[in-house]
Write a protein that binds this ligand. Structure first.
Ligand SMILES: [Zn+2]
Ligand SMILES: [Zn+2]
Length: 146
């Protein structure tokens, strides 16, 4: 994703938050920018490490609070793994693949799994949320060395 695409995505998220009647702050922008820039999932500590590169005045508790607010606003989603919460962008629906050996994570676009989810919903009468599935397996690196 190019710098321009990241900027466009950030602005779309900002507009979405404002359209929801919520405030958009410098800290929110910094946190969202950090998450968009990594294209993955980060712990609060990792987000803070990136945020302070450009905004050294933003402390860790602020980052933590902003992450919770953004989760509440459905801008980010929380992925729990081994007790440590990790955060990812929720503006593009996706599911997750996690390596059972090294813990590496990948995003699976929701469109890949949607047909199976629709079939499962029909079969069970359940409704499922986008981003709700975590598939566990071995990543390319771990699978190749075993
Ligand atoms: Zn995710
Ligand atoms: Zn692995």
């Amino acid at each position: 994703m190019t710098r321009t695409q990241q900027r466009t995505r950030l602005e779309a998220v900002r507009d979405q938050v404002r359209a929801g009647g919520r405030r958009w702050t410098i800290a929110k922008g910094a946190v969202v920018e950090a998450l968009i820039g990594t294209e993955g999932h980060l712990s609060a500590q990792q987000v803070h490490d990136r945020v302070i590169e450009r905004f050294p005045q933003i402390d860790r508790s602020t980052v933590h609070r902003v992450l919770l607010t953004l989760a509440d606003e459905h801008v980010v989603h929380v992925l729990g793994r081994q007790g440590e919460a990790r955060y990812g962008m929720a503006d593009r629906p996706h599911h997750h693949a996690v390596c059972a050996r090294c813990g590496q994570e990948a995003e699976i676009p929701a469109s890949v799994i949607s047909p199976a989810l629709a079939a499962a919903a029909t079969a069970t009468g359940f409704s499922f949320e986008d981003g709700g599935i975590t598939l566990t397996g071995l990543c390319g690196g771990c699978g190749a060395t075993s």
